[in-house]
Design a protein around this ligand. Structure first.
Ligand code: FAD
Ligand code: PYC
Length: 416
């Protein structure tokens, strides 16, 4: 991509053959050192760190639609690192460290805002698991603290803590360093910085096959714009990872589910932080434009539909109105779905595969946005050196064979 003031408009018309030459996506070269399949935040961050930190600039990011058109541009932008197990704490905190000065590093305002993530507890079980998380996080040096119902209300004044609602608030776990960032800015920031270092970003180009040599190693990708040779290939195609990996004969333990979100009309500032509730399946924050950004749990059934079931949004809105009665008359403007791929232990796979030269970054399920910088950083290391970075060493494919699972179902914070 070549970026200019009109980049926003051009992204909306990513089939840009009619645009002046300097605005068009590059034609794919016959071959690259590394081809990244998928132009979401994780794929673009990987390309950026390959170029910026490993000096590997002969890189292409192949995107079948437009960059950021997948989950990266569809999520509710929540950033936090309050996961349960040390392996995850290391990975998500690695990302949180990078978020701190990402805007300066990319010279692009990604609007990271550490306004605090408050995860509510509504049952005795919630209280116990939240406190377990808090203790585990503090032992690891991650900030997380328990708030009483009144302290929750003081932190987020519109929150209803009355005792007569269906699931009264019994307290909450607050990670002050958590917050939000602007999802499309993250994509554009990484894309512009990678492009500036020589990475080719090729939109409207679908990968349809992965070719292997007689020795079994990866040698090329087949695309809707012809074959492109590649010494190494990284699959970063959330929601469709298993379909793409199958092109190289690799089976992945993934299921794909729709996950939905919706936004309201813009309002004056009213929700000062992020509030999440796994028990009643809803989470909310307010964007800097003023829209309330609301998300749901996953659909009950596997599907590739980017709409999702209507009942999910009704249920979510009911839950939000119970927690925030003052929002009852707010109008919702838009809703959408994304396809998330989930592993059996709800932790990602970020690793080499049994196919030489083929690497996989997938399985982030409902929670990969927050990981974008850390994931790209660690995945670039894995591809460049053919060995994992310490932050992703445990997130192998083999853990499902060996039973070394990293069970984060409770920490996913979104109902599955
Ligand atoms: P994507 O952005 O989906 O990029 C993958 C790309 O691969 C796509 O652009 C796709 O077009 C491309 N692709 C697929 N197949 C091919 C092919 N054959 N050839 C070429 N390209 C291909 N996470 C959080 O941490 N916090 C949140 O608040 C949060 N909220 C969410 C809310 C919703 C509604 C959804 C759907 C997800 C949410 N997530 C959240 C999860 C998060 O969005 C994802 O984990 C993350 O964005 C994944 O990024 P990615 O770059 O891997 O994938
Ligand atoms: O992982 O924090 C998260 C999240 C929020 C909404 C969807 N995922």
């Amino acid at each position: 991509m070549h970026f200019s003031y009109l980049s926003l408009i051009r992204q909306a018309f990513a089939g840009n053959a009619g645009w002046p030459r300097q605005w068009r996506d590059p034609e794919p070269k016959p071959g690259y050192d590394v081809v990244i399949i998928g132009g979401g935040g994780h794929g673009l961050a990987t390309a950026y760190y390959l170029a910026a930190e490993h000096g590997i600039r002969n890189v292409a990011v192949i995107e079948r639609g437009w960059i950021g058109g997948g989950n990266s541009g569809r999520n509710t932008t929540i950033v936090r690192s309050n996961y349960l197990w040390e392996e995850s704490e290391a990975l998500y905190d690695h990302a949180l460290d990078i978020w701190q000065d990402l805007s300066q590093v990319l010279n692009y305002n990604v609007m990271y805002s550490a306004r605090g993530v408050l995860m509510l507890a509504h049952t005795v079980h919630d209280v116990q698991t939240s406190k377990r998380h808090i203790h585990a996080n503090r032992l690891y040096g991650i900030d997380n603290e328990w708030l009483s119902p009144e302290e929750c209300r003081d932190f987020c004044p519109p929150l209803n803590i009355s005792k007569d609602i269906r699931y009264p608030v019994m307290g909450g776990a607050l990670q002050r360093k958590g917050g939000v960032a602007r999802h499309d800015a993250v994509v554009w920031g990484y894309a512009r910085a990678a492009s500036g270092l020589g990475v080719d970003i090729i939109q409207n180009c679908e990968v349809t096959g992965i070719r292997r040599s007689a020795s079994g190693a990866v040698e090329a990708v087949e695309t809707s714009r012809g074959a492109i040779k590649a010494n190494k290939v990284g699959i970063v195609a959330a929601g469709h990872s298993s379909v793409v990996a199958a092109m190289a004969g690799v089976r992945l333990p993934l299921e794909s589910y729709p996950l939905q979100a919706l936004v309201s009309e813009p309002l004056k500032p009213i929700i000062p932080c992020v509030v999440m509730s796994n028990t009643i399946h809803a989470y909310i924050s307010q964007s800097d434009k003023g829209d309330l950004v609301i998300g749901a749990g996953t659909d009950q059934y596997v599907s590739y539909s980017q709409t999702g079931g209507l009942y999910i949004n009704n249920h979510t809105i009911e839950a939000i109105c119970e927690l925030f009665p003052t929002l009852r008359r707010v109008r919702m403007m838009r809703g959408w779905g994304g396809i998330v791929d989930t592993t059996p232990d709800r932790s990602p796979i970020l690793a080499r595969t049994p196919v030489p030269g083929l690497y996989i970054n997938c399985g982030w399920g409902t929670g990969g946005f927050k990981a974008t910088p850390g994931s790209g950083h660690a995945f670039a290391h894995t591809i460049a050196r053919d060995e994992p970075h310490p932050a992703n060493a445990a997130f192998t494919l083999e853990r499902f064979r060996d039973g070394r699972l990293i069970d984060e179902a409770a920490a996913a914070a979104v109902a599955h």
